[in-house]
Design a protein around this ligand. Structure first.
Ligand code: ZN
Length: 535
C-alpha cells in the first residue's frame, strides 16, 4: 500500500463528480435556455452522461482501492449495513470520524487531522460505491423506465383527477423501492433505507418521535391562528416591473452573502439551485403582481447556494466537499428564507430600499400591511403554496402515509381516502378532488419515497440553529437591521458548511447546537413570530 492508493482513489472520485456536474449543468440549461425543439437532443446528451457517470462511479478500481486502503488501516471489509450502523453509533462518542484510524501506514500521513479527513472520505466513498455497484444494471434501467412512464401517467392522472389510473405505477414503484432496499441489505428496513438515502443516519422511528412532538404543539397553534380575525390583505401588490424586481433581489441576495463571481441567477418555471463549489446556478420566477413570491423563492435558493458555496473548495469531488444531506440543505434555505428574511430587523433595512425601487406601487401599502403580507398565514390544500406554519403539517401527512405503505398497513388503492382523512385531521381541509390531494406532488411518480421528511427536518434544524445563533450572538439581529449578515454566514460556514459530509445529520446538529435535535425550537420560533401578529 502507498500514499498513491489514496491519491488514486481521490482522482477516481473526482472524475465521477465532475461528470455529474456536467450533467447538472446540462439539466440547468434545459430548464433555463433550451430552445423548444432541442429536447430530444438534450435527452440523448443526458442519457450518455448518465451512462458515463455511472461507469465512473462504479469503476471496479474504486472498490479495489477502497479494500486495499481499508485493510491497510485494519478496517474489516465493508458490510454496508454494518457501516451504516457504525456511522451513527460510534460517531456519537468520538470527536473524530467513526472509523478507528490506527497509524498503520505512515505513508498515508502521520498527521491526525489528515488521517481523520481521509477516514471520512473512505467511509463515505465506501457507502456511495456500495450503493452504486449493488444495484443490478437491469434494475436501474427498469426503475428509470418506470419513472419516465409514471411521470407522464401522473401528469395525465392529475389533469383528470383520476388516481385509479396512476395507482398501478405507484404500486410498482413501491415494489421496486423495497427491492432496492433488499439489494443493499436493508430488506427488513426498506423505509429506513429510503429515508437514509436522503438524510444519512435518520430512521422512520426517529422521525416518528420528532414529528409526533411537533404535531402536538403545532396543531393547537394552527387552530388559534385560524380563529384570529387578523388577515393579510389580498391584492395589495400590483404592477411590479420585472427588471426592478430583479435588481432588488440581486441587492438582497448579494447582501446575504451570495458570491456572484461563483454563481448566477436566471429564470425558470420552478425555482431551483444546481451546482456546487465554484459554479452555483440558481433560478427564480417573476410575477408582476406577486413580488414577494420571487423575492422569497430567490432567498430560499440563495440559502441552498450559500451552503454549496461554503463547502470546502479544496475538497471538491470528495465527500468532504459535498453537502451533508437533504435535511441539512433545507435547513440552510429555510433559515435564510424564514428566520432571517421574515424578521422585523431584515425589513427595517430592506423596506426603505424596497419602497425606493417601487414608490408608486407601494404608496398605499403601509409598513404593517407589508410585514403582514411577508408573514401571511392561511391554510391551503397545496403544499407548495403553504405558509411556514402549515407547511410542516403537509409533510407530517405524507410521512405518515409513506410509513403505513412501507409497513403494509395501507394499500395503494386506499391512499386517497387515507390522504383525505389525514388532511382533514391536520389541516382542517378535505380536498374536493385528488388533483388537490394525493395527486398534487410529482415526487412519488419518480419513486422518491423518504424525500418529503427532509423538508420538515430542515425546518426543525433551521429553528434549532437559529436559537443557537441567537445564544451565541444575542445582538445578531442588529446586524440585519444594518444590512449585514456576515456574522451569521460566518457562523454557518464554520459549523455546517465546512464540515462537508463529515457527520450524519443528527450528529452535525448535536455538535453545532450542543443538544439533540428537538422540535421545541421550531415550535417556539413559530409562536414568537406569529402569535404577536395574529393572536
Ligand atoms: Zn429547498
Amino acid at each position: 500500500m502507498s500514499a498513491d492508493s489514496y491519491e488514486r482513489l481521490v482522482a477516481k472520485l473526482k472524475r465521477a463528480h465532475y461528470l455529474s456536474t456536467v450533467a447538472g449543468l446540462l439539466g440547468w440549461d434545459e430548464q433555463v435556455n433550451l430552445p423548444p425543439d432541442s429536447a430530444d437532443q438534450r435527452a440523448e446528451q443526458l442519457a450518455l452522461l448518465a451512462e458515463l457517470q455511472h461507469a465512473a462511479a462504479a469503476d471496479p478500481e474504486i472498490g479495489t482501492l477502497l479494500t486495499e486502503l481499508e485493510s491497510g488501516l485494519g478496517i474489516s471489509p465493508a458490510d454496508p449495513l454494518e457501516n451504516a450502523k457504525d456511522r451513527g453509533r460510534s460517531s456519537q462518542a468520538t470527536p473524530t470520524p467513526s472509523l478507528t484510524v490506527e497509524p498503520v501506514c505512515h505513508l498515508i500521513s502521520d498527521k491526525p487531522a489528515v488521517q481523520a479527513d481521509r477516514a471520512v472520505v473512505m467511509r463515505e466513498a465506501r457507502r456511495d460505491y456500495d450503493r452504486v455497484v449493488k444495484l443490478p444494471a437491469e434494475f436501474v434501467a427498469e426503475k428509470a423506465r418506470l419513472s419516465s412512464a409514471a411521470y407522464h401517467a401522473w401528469a395525465a392522472a392529475k389533469g383528470k383527477s383520476d388516481f385509479v389510473a396512476f395507482a398501478p405505477f405507484l404500486e410498482k414503484h413501491l415494489a421496486l423501492a423495497k427491492q432496492e432496499a433488499a439489494y443493499l441489505g436493508w430488506a427488513d428496513r426498506a423505509y429506513d433505507y429510503a429515508i437514509d438515502k436522503h438524510d444519512p443516519g435518520m430512521t422512520a422511528a426517529k422521525l416518528t418521535g420528532l414529528f409526533t412532538e411537533l404535531k402536538t404543539g403545532l396543531v393547537p397553534l394552527v387552530r388559534r391562528i385560524a380563529e384570529s380575525p387578523v388577515r393579510a390583505k389580498n391584492g395589495i401588490f400590483k404592477g411590479f416591473p420585472v427588471e426592478a424586481q430583479r435588481a432588488f433581489l440581486r441587492d438582497v441576495t448579494e447582501r446575504l452573502g451570495f458570491n456572484y463571481r461563483r454563481g448566477r441567477i436566471d429564470v425558470s418555471l420552478h425555482p431551483f439551485c444546481e451546482g456546487s463549489g465554484a459554479d452555483i446556478r440558481m433560478t427564480t420566477r417573476f410575477d408582476a403582481d406577486n413580488p414577494l413570491d420571487s423575492l422569497f423563492s430567490s432567498i430560499h435558493e440563495t440559502g441552498h447556494g450559500l451552503y454549496e458555496q461554503g463547502l470546502p473548495l479544496a475538497a471538491q469531488g470528495t465527500p468532504l466537499g459535498q453537502n451533508a444531506g437533504m435535511g441539512v440543505h433545507e435547513s440552510q434555505s429555510r433559515l435564510w428564507e424564514n428566520q432571517v428574511s421574515r424578521s422585523r430587523a431584515f425589513w427595517k433595512f430592506f423596506e426603505p430600499r424596497f419602497r425606493e425601487r417601487f414608490p408608486a406601487q407601494l404608496a398605499a401599502v403601509s409598513s404593517d400591511d407589508l410585514y403582514l403580507a411577508v408573514n401571511e398565514v392561511a391554510p391551503t390544500l397545496i403544499r407548495v403554496d403553504s405558509d411556514e406554519v402549515h407547511y410542516n403539517l403537509h409533510i407530517l401527512l405524507r410521512f405518515e402515509l409513506e410509513r403505513r405503505l412501507f409497513a403494509g398497513e395501507l394499500e395503494v388503492r386506499d391512499l386517497p381516502a387515507a390522504w383525505n382523512a389525514l388532511s382533514q385531521e391536520l389541516l382542517g381541509l378535505t380536498p374536493p378532488a385528488d388533483s388537490q390531494g394525493v395527486l398534487q406532488d410529482v415526487h412519488w411518480s419518480g419513486g422518491a419515497f423518504g424525500y418529503f421528511p427532509s423538508y420538515c427536518l430542515g425546518n426543525m434544524i433551521a429553528a434549532q440553529l437559529w436559537a443557537t445563533a441567537l445564544k451565541t450572538y444575542p445582538d445578531i439581529e442588529d446586524d440585519f437591521a444594518r444590512g449585514d449578515f456576515s456574522r451569521l454566514l460566518g457562523w454557518l460556514r464554520t459549523g455546517i458548511h465546512r464540515q462537508g459530509r463529515r457527520y450524519e445529520t443528527l450528529e452535525l446538529v448535536r455538535r453545532v447546537t450542543g443538544e439533540e435535535l428537538t422540535p421545541k425550537y421550531l415550535l417556539r420560533y413559530l409562536e414568537e413570530r406569529y402569535a404577536p401578529l395574529y393572536l
